[in-house]
Design a binder for this molecule. Structure first.
Ligand code: GLU
Length: 364
């Protein structure tokens, strides 16, 4: 393979079905083939962050369904057992190339707290600077029910964005996103999705893989969001030979789905805010004038004069949702006032911004 590679910084997410077999044992052949490819890229100076699923599946393979457990306890048991198996396997496989890898476990909450977020970012950057491959997974032992990521596709999008990766590569056991059910012979892989492509929600199969939590529909939504944030997304089959290297080689034409990024670069703070909608503490409803200003290309902050109602109790620094009069979400931002002060200033002129542009993320 030629040395010209498409990207210098990538996040690679590998799904449970690529890493484990149907009986929950590890798929050694797939894992070592992925390691061959990552080791090659690593040697060429490509920065790789790996998001590895497989913990729950591997744990279930080890322990089985034996004693009756509720779903939360079962997931905790399996992930705690399986994560060790996964990391041991990765460590052993990378060792054959004298590459050191490391485990980073995280939760959704860690993305909602700016300090935790920065700590995590610093940890991953330090590992990369020291030529160690970070292997990220959700800390499934403590993140349960509403605290959970939708799936590791969501997590990988957050990691790619946090790391400023040029591309997010999602490897599962099918070739990409199809324009119909993948089982039907007439269905084809959609090769390219751009910001101008029409929404595909209905065409995408909603069936889920046997082990992972996610499905193609969540992959599609995450991919669009990540591409909007300036990162190319590739969804491809990680069971096939040299998939990763083919994606990295601009001269190869691998059948898979690429989401081309919009070239817009948003600041790190805005990226963080864009993923934090579920942590917003309050809501600001704005009038038509403020709505137009916020949606324009001008860098507008939200002033109290444009706010017509406020809901929820929040402190200065908390995230708040910004909605228009029809209840449509326009953006998310960091409140410059607490809710008491915001209520007092609402509708008033000559007051400083309630959400400053630098801490404001405007939705699609
Ligand atoms: N974190 C889960 C695991 O390691 C996978 C979640 C998903 O399927 O996306 O088993």
């Amino acid at each position: 393979m030629k040395t010209h590679l498409r990207y210098k910084k990538i996040t690679v997410k590998v799904g449970s079905n690529v890493l484990t077999k149907s009986d929950g044992t590890l798929n050694d052949a797939n894992i070592s083939h992925l390691v061959d490819q990552i080791a090659f890229l690593h040697r060429k100076g490509v920065e790789v962050v790996l998001v590895s699923s497989g913990a729950v599946a591997a744990g279930r393979g080890e322990i089985g369904n034996g004693r009756k457990l509720d779903t939360v306890s079962a997931r905790q048991l399996w992930s705690a057992v399986g994560q060790v198996k996964m990391i041991n396997k990765w460590t052993e496989a990378f060792k054959t190339y004298e590459i050191v890898c490391a485990q980073v476990l995280t939760t959704k909450e860690n993305f909602s707290d700016r300090l935790h977020y920065l700590n995590m970012k610093n940890c991953i950057s330090t590992l990369i600077e020291n030529k160690v491959i970070p292997i990220v997974n959700e800390n499934d032992t403590i993140s349960v029910t509403e605290l959970m990521f939708t799936d590791n596709d969501e997590l990988s999008g957050l990691i790619a964005s946090m790391e400023g990766s040029e591309a997010l590569i999602i490897l599962s056991n099918i070739d990409g996103i199809y324009d119909g059910s993948p089982e039907l012979p007439e269905s084809k892989v959609i090769r390219e999705v751009t910001s101008k492509s029409k929404p595909l929600n209905e065409a995408i199969s909603t069936s889920k893989s046997s082990f992972g939590r996610g499905g193609m529909l969540t992959k599609y939504h995450i991919a669009r969001k990540v591409a909007k944030g300036g990162i190319n997304v590739h969804i491809a089959n990680g069971m096939k030979e040299n998939t990763l290297l083919k994606i990295m080689n601009p001269e190869e034409d691998l059948v898979h789905t690429t989401f081309l990024s919009e070239k817009k670069k948003s600041s790190n703070v805005k990226k963080w805010i864009s993923y934090s909608e579920s942590f917003a503490k309050g809501e600001l409803v704005v009038n038509e004038g403020a709505r137009t200003a916020l949606l324009s290309d001008l860098a507008s902050s939200l002033l109290p004069v444009g706010v017509i109602s406020i809901e929820g109790t929040f402190e200065k620094g908390d995230l708040v949702k910004i909605k228009d009069e029809d209840g449509k979400l326009i953006g998310i931002g960091k409140a410059e006032y607490n809710s008491d002060k915001a209520l007092k200033f609402q509708g008033n002129k000559n007051k400083k911004a309630i959400v400053h542009y630098d801490y404001l993320y405007i939705m699609e």
